[in-house]
Design a protein around this ligand. Structure first.
Ligand code: FES
Length: 423
């Protein structure tokens, strides 16, 4: 019966590429102190029996062939190339993985069953407790599978908080799936839905405009589609810099400033213009008042007819209404038959007296003054006799009355020759 090989013997055989040696040879050359009764030999003995060490490949490197100690990768490659995955042969990768964990190397171990490595703990149900962080890390590295969220974060050498912060923006940038507009009750969701709808319409409008422009320019449908896509991308690209104000906008601002400065000046000019217009209008009205349309006075002379045409002791009232005098023929003033013109104005306050033929007197209706046919006052408040106008004879013998010249009895003027005409 062949002697059982220990784990170290099998590893050494795999590394050197030679056939497995008996235990006594190995013990004699490499491990003289190890005994078959040792716990390690007993624990690995069934595995060595069930899976003999396969013959190494011809190209498997070894320290002898390399002439230097093997690196960790070379050891792992040699262990993998040693054959299939017997439990004893799988132990070196597990041990290497343990070395990797101890050295802090982030290189991921090849995928092996977790149960094949004695350093990797079993899952939580088998342990009867939750896995610690180190256990999860070791299981993720040795198992080669996709690490869980809790294990992957330490494996990447980053704090869990930093990893969560790094993944948070991606989650927030993901587009939200909103229900239809008629079923939205949250105002925030409604605003978001409207914003997305507006952005979609803007993109469609930009694409349509760019496509039409390209087609109008004679471009091919492919180029038109490219232009539409570029327009959509341009529409989607956020503007981090405020747009430069256009010349039209700057012109409007300048006009506003000029209007702000010129506003009070225009009001002052408008006020002075209104004042000048008012002064001009007032001057025109004053001139119109000073120079009326009718300047000529009525003629002061009038022909009244031949003196013989008037009857003795007669008061002719034909010229009273238009000219303001009576033609009187009488002998009662100085006994002579004379004709004269009496002004029909009361010498009290200027009222026009009336001739009363039955009483042979002039009677003022205002205050009752009475005058004889000669014109001398005899009752009422009138202070003096009526006045006479100048009378002359024309070339044709007619009598002319001149109202520009008056004669007063109290002044002795009735004796003047132009104050009467002898009939
Ligand atoms: Fe003729 Fe006074 S006005 S009496």
């Amino acid at each position: 019966m062949a002697k059982r090989l220990s784990v170290k013997e099998m590893l050494e055989a795999a590394r050197q590429g030679g056939p497995a040696k008996p235990a006594d040879e190995v013990e004699a050359s490499a491990a003289p102190t190890e005994t078959p009764d040792s716990p390690a030999a007993e624990s690995t003995a069934p595995a060595a029996e069930s899976a003999p060490v396969p013959a190494p490949a011809a190209n498997v490197p070894s320290p002898a062939s390399l002439g230097r100690p093997m690196t960790l990768k070379e050891k792992l490659a040699a262990a993998r190339a040693g054959g299939s995955a017997p439990p004893a042969a799988a132990a070196p990768p597990a041990a290497a993985a343990a070395e990797v964990v101890a050295a802090g190397v982030t290189e991921q171990a090849p995928a092996e069953p977790a149960s094949a490595s004695p350093a990797v703990p079993a899952p939580a149900p088998s342990l009867g407790r939750p896995l610690t962080l180190k256990e999860k890390l070791a299981a993720a590295r040795v198992g080669g599978g996709t690490p869980t969220a809790s294990a992957a974060t330490p494996a990447a050498g980053k704090p869990a908080g930093a990893t969560a912060a790094a993944t948070a923006p991606a989650k927030s940038n993901a587009p939200r799936t909103l229900p239809p507009l008629d079923k939205i009750t949250d105002p925030k969701d409604l605003a978001e839905a409207l914003r997305q709808s507006g952005a979609k319409k803007a993109k469609e409008s930009a694409a349509l405009a760019a496509s039409k422009a390209a087609e109008a320019a004679g471009a091919t449908p492919a180029k038109a589609a490219t232009a539409a896509k570029a327009a959509v991308q341009k529409e989607t690209k956020p503007q981090s810099v405020l747009p430069k104000p256009s010349k039209a906008t700057a012109g409007v601002a300048g006009t506003t400033r000029r209007a702000f400065v010129a506003g009070p000046i225009s009001w002052i000019v408008l006020g002075w213009a209104s004042f000048a217009a008012g002064v001009t209008l007032f001057s025109a009205m004053l001139g119109r008042f000073m120079f009326p349309n009718v300047l000529a006075e009525p003629p002061s002379t009038v022909k009244v007819g031949l003196p013989s045409t008037f009857e003795p002791e007669e008061v002719n009232e034909r010229f009273k209404a238009e000219w303001g005098f009576w033609i009187v023929r009488s002998t009662r003033y100085n006994g002579e038959d004379i004709v004269y013109a009496l002004q029909s104005v009361c010498t009290h306050l200027g009222c026009p007296p009336n001739w009363l033929g039955g009483e042979q007197k002039f009677k003022c209706p205002c205050h009752g003054s009475g005058f004889y046919i000669s014109g001398v006052n005899f009752e009422g408040p009138a202070p003096r006799p009526l006045e006479r106008f100048k009378v002359t004879l024309a070339d044709d013998g007619q009598m002319i009355v001149d109202k520009s010249q008056k004669y007063q009895q109290e002044l002795g003027q009735w004796s003047e020759p132009e104050s009467y005409i002898t009939a």
